[in-house]
Write a protein of this length. Structure first.
Length: 143
């Protein structure tokens, strides 16, 4: 084989490699953490304020698995909560995210069913309003 044929074979192999690389890259799912990522980035100062308000609390919420099918949120100030929510965020699959509503309660614990959830890591994001201030607590849990 002479040099001319070798160079042509090298160019063909290189072109096949580039075509394969482009095909793999185009099929790759590139998704942001949330669909409204840029909007949330602009509102991040409010989030910093929420986290700061939570840091100033004497007692912070505790989120844990209670048994096999229940999620337990323990917080001594549920009686002062005006409104709020708890989002279970699954980083590996946004379709598995779940949202629960927090209610004003005289008890220090609220329970939520997690029956049917796939096992794995979830990020529990709790946000609530109490006495005119917004609060935010985040915790990683394993189901």
């Amino acid at each position: 084989m002479n040099w001319g044929k070798s160079i042509i074979v090298a160019f063909i192999l290189f072109a096949a490699f580039i075509a394969t690389l482009v095909t793999v890259c185009v099929r790759e799912d590139i998704s942001l953490v949330t669909k409204d990522y840029y909007k949330e980035e602009l509102d991040y100062q409010r989030q910093i304020d929420r986290i700061s308000n939570t840091a100033n609390l004497r007692e912070k919420p505790v989120i844990a698995i209670d048994g096999q099918n229940m999620l337990k949120v323990t917080f001594s100030d549920f009686r002062n909560v005006d409104n709020g929510g708890l989002k279970l965020f699954r980083p590996s699959d946004p379709a598995m995210d779940k949202h629960f509503e927090l209610k004003k309660s005289s008890t220090s614990a609220q329970y939520f069913s997690i029956e049917g959830f796939q096992k794995g890591m979830y990020r529990a994001k709790m946000q609530w309003t109490m006495d005119g201030k917004e609060f935010y607590h985040e915790q990683i849990i394993q189901i």
